[in-house]
Design a protein around this ligand. Structure first.
Ligand SMILES: NC(=O)c1ccc[n+]([C@@H]2O[C@H](COP(=O)([O-])OP(=O)(O)OC[C@H]3O[C@@H](n4cnc5c(N)ncnc54)[C@H](OP(=O)(O)O)[C@@H]3O)[C@@H](O)[C@H]2O)c1
Length: 255
């Protein structure tokens, strides 16, 4: 396989649909062998893996709930076993959440942080066990970590923590020649944004989400998942060898 990631072995969490599937496709197109993780989208994961396998590429699907640290450990072990090692982790799996200050319960808080935050830390811990010099890790934050949105404090803070995680893990991983960065996408066309779009509009403002995007971002539109995948592809490539601990805001220029 040729391409800038030829010979690299990548694990993508939440890789069966949305941004994760676009990342899996892009890394495979760039020549990497890819393990895609899924929790509930087994059919989509199998179909994606079968599509690439039929095309002579190496892609496997592995079921695991990243909300459970034991399953993350098994996921990393199975991915490394299936691919013969791990060079790249793209920690993408995540859940959206909107709720008022009064409505958020401790169970809501723990669930959102377990998937969006804790899982990303333990995905790094477990994947890094297999990585050597040249290892690449990309975590997934959100543009939400940089913009105040009504009833969005829980999700936004679960993502903001990930940016701090990348910054503070970078010296430890850097000594081993591994880079770790985060990506903070803006609104991207996926199931998640389709479900949540209207919640981004403040209830006192008489507008719709498309108008909000048109008037609140420099490019005036949402991203396609492939545009986010392209940034991830750069961050895990040799071209990004001197970038670590940073968060790349791929958000179309929100203001
Ligand atoms: N779309 C946006 O506008 C946007 C903007 C900023 C940041 N993001 C972030 O980008 C990432 C991907 O978002 P998306 O829009 O592609 O979301 P999506 O369409 O809702 O897909 C979510 C993905 O996360 C996986 N997932 C959720 N909980 C999981 C768990 N406990 N264990 C394993 N996998 C789990 C899902 O897997 P299954 O389907 O197998 O359950 C699915 O692959 C998320 O971290 C999200 O917060 C998205």
């Amino acid at each position: 396989m040729s391409g800038r990631l030829a010979g690299r072995k990548a694990l993508v969490t939440g890789g069966a649909r949305g941004i994760g599937a676009a990342v899996a496709r892009r890394l495979a197109d760039d020549g990497a062998d890819v393990a895609i993780n899924y929790r509930s989208s087994g059919d989509a994961a199998d179909a994606l893996a079968a599509e690439f396998t039929a095309d002579g590429r190496h892609m496997v699907a592995i079921k695991a709930d990243v909300g459970d640290p034991d399953q993350i450990r098994r996921l990393a072990d199975e991915a490394a076993e299936a691919l013969g090692g791990l060079d790249i982790l793209v920690s993408n799996a995540g859940v959206e959440y909107f709720g008022s200050l009064a409505d958020v319960t401790p169970a809501d808080f723990d669930r959102v942080f377990a998937i969006n935050t804790r899982a990303q830390f333990f995905a790094v811990q477990n994947a890094a066990r297999y990585m050597g010099e040249g290892g690449r890790i990309v975590l997934t934050s959100s543009q939400s970590a940089h913009k105040a949105v009504f009833h969005h404090a829980l999700y936004a803070s679960s993502k903001a923590a990930v940016e701090c995680m990348a910054l503070n893990l970078s010296p430890e991983l850097g000594r081993r020649g591994i880079t770790i960065n985060a990506i903070a996408p803006g609104g991207t066309v996926t199931d998640m944004s389709a479900d949540a779009a209207s919640r981004y509009v403040h209830p006192d403002i008489d507008t719709d989400f498309n108008t909000l995007i048109r008037t609140s971002s420099s490019l005036g539109r949402m991203a396609q998942p492939s545009e986010i995948a392209a940034v991830v592809s750069f961050l895990v490539s040799d071209d990004a060898s001197f970038i670590t601990g940073r968060t790349i805001q791929a958000d179309g220029g929100w203001f």
